[in-house]
Ligand binder design. Structure first.
Ligand SMILES: Cc1cc2nc3c(=O)[nH]c(=O)nc-3n(C[C@H](O)[C@H](O)[C@H](O)COP(=O)(O)O)c2cc1C
Length: 359
């Protein structure tokens, strides 16, 4: 069958109604790190996506680096997420939870009691971040993780994945992109370790591969995807001479693990560096499984990516945020989309969240 935006797609054990994925987007609408009823309403409004990927959700108290982001490591969070997945399923949609451990991109003022800002090495991310109680603050120097800290963090991804299945999620997406913990291990700018977790590209890849391997062992390969951003650009991540080899190595490892998908980010339309030439095509071939493309897509460029077999699924972030019925708009051929209001991206409350027009 021809691949088009509106054709169905079999992703492991689930059938997606179309090829349009809602990209993960942090919205900071979960006071106390527990999603409330507005979160269920927000995702249910967007349930005509073939697949929704939630906002970055922490598998650990240590990974709640931003203000008011949700977690999935407590019973209360699991119960709250079940309300969200039920609402999306009732509206006919499918939903993956994105596990984002913020690692060094965090601040003590945003973390719950006992939470620690950790990273592969004691190297601070450049720049500042927002906290509710102290305003803008410089990124702190993270605690360099010990072998025991690494084992604990991997275990947190695994137990959160078990909770994700219990909370009704169709899949888990590991956030290996944009400068958060998994990416911090991949990238030499943040990983200066000389043990088996740093140095060679195989060592830098080890944390990502181990998290994926252990999560797959817990909930099954057809329930686990991963998001990657080889060009860097966010959180002080920079590409280096080994980037292409590192990501081709990852694609092969994820093929061996039979991951449900790889979700590739090209943020060059947002001013980030361009991914190395030919890398995405090389990874798609090496992986052989479902390949999702994201970043600055329009209906036309997404359709071209599908037709040219550069992607199996295509993801939209900002357009979906401000157009709950994006799929219907695309079907009607509308190009005049409601613009995304960045000022209300991370503010508390329903404004700029559940009040975008549904037409
Ligand atoms: C408000 C906002 C929050 C975001 N939060 C996340 C996140 O939690 N996890 C993630 O992987 N990407 C995040 N992103 C990146 C988007 O998923 C997407 O890759 C990016 O917006 C580019 O796609 P677009 O041009 O379709 O918007 C965020 C983007 C925006 C605008």
């Amino acid at each position: 069958m021809t691949q088009t935006l509106f054709s169905t797609y079999q992703l492991g054990r689930i059938t997606l109604a179309n090829r349009i994925v809602m990209s993960p987007m942090t919205r900071s609408r979960s006071p106390g790190n527990v999603p409330d009823a507005h979160v269920a309403e927000y995702y249910a409004q967007r349930a005509t996506a073939g697949l929704i990927v939630t906002e970055g959700t922490s598998p650990s108290p240590d990974g709640l680096g931003y203000a008011r982001i949700p977690g999935l490591f407590s019973d209360a969070q699991q119960t709250a997420w079940k309300v969200v997945t039920d609402a999306v399923h009732a509206a006919g949609g499918k939903i993956a939870v994105q596990f984002m451990h913020t690692g060094r991109v965090g601040h003590q003022a945003n973390l719950p009691a006992g939470g620690r800002v950790v990273g592969p090495s004691a190297v601070a991310a450049p720049g500042e971040m927002y906290t509710d109680s102290q305003g803008m603050q410089a990124h702190p120097v993270p605690v360099a993780m010990t072998e025991a800290d690494i084992e604990k963090a991997i275990g947190e991804f695994v137990s959160a994945s078990k909770r994700a299945v219990a909370a009704g999620f169709d899949l888990v997406e590991l956030h290996g992109a944009n400068g958060y913990l998994i990416d911090q291990f991949l990238n030499a700018a943040s990983n200066q370790r000389t043990d088996r977790w740093g140095g060679s590209l195989e060592n830098r890849a080890r944390f990502a591969v181990e998290v994926a391997r252990r999560t797959v062992a817990e909930i099954g390969a057809d329930r686990v995807g991963i998001r990657l951003s080889p060009a860097g650009g966010n959180g002080g991540m920079v590409a280096d001479a080994n980037t292409t080899a590192l990501y081709l190595h990852l694609a092969k490892e994820f093929k061996t693990l039979k991951l449900a998908y790889i979700h590739m980010i090209d943020h060059s339309a947002m001013g980030a560096p361009k991914p190395p030439e030919g890398l995405f095509a090389g990874m798609k071939e090496a992986f052989g499984g479902t390949f999702i493309l994201a970043g600055g897509l329009t209906a036309a460029t997404a359709e071209a990516a599908l037709t040219e077999r550069r992607a199996d699924l295509v993801a939209f972030g900002r357009p979906f945020l401000s157009n709950p019925n994006l799929v219907a708009k695309f079907q009607r051929g509308e190009t005049n989309l409601t613009p995304f209001n960045f000022k209300l991206a991370y503010t508390p409350g329903p404004e700029g969240y559940t009040d975008y027009p549904a037409n």
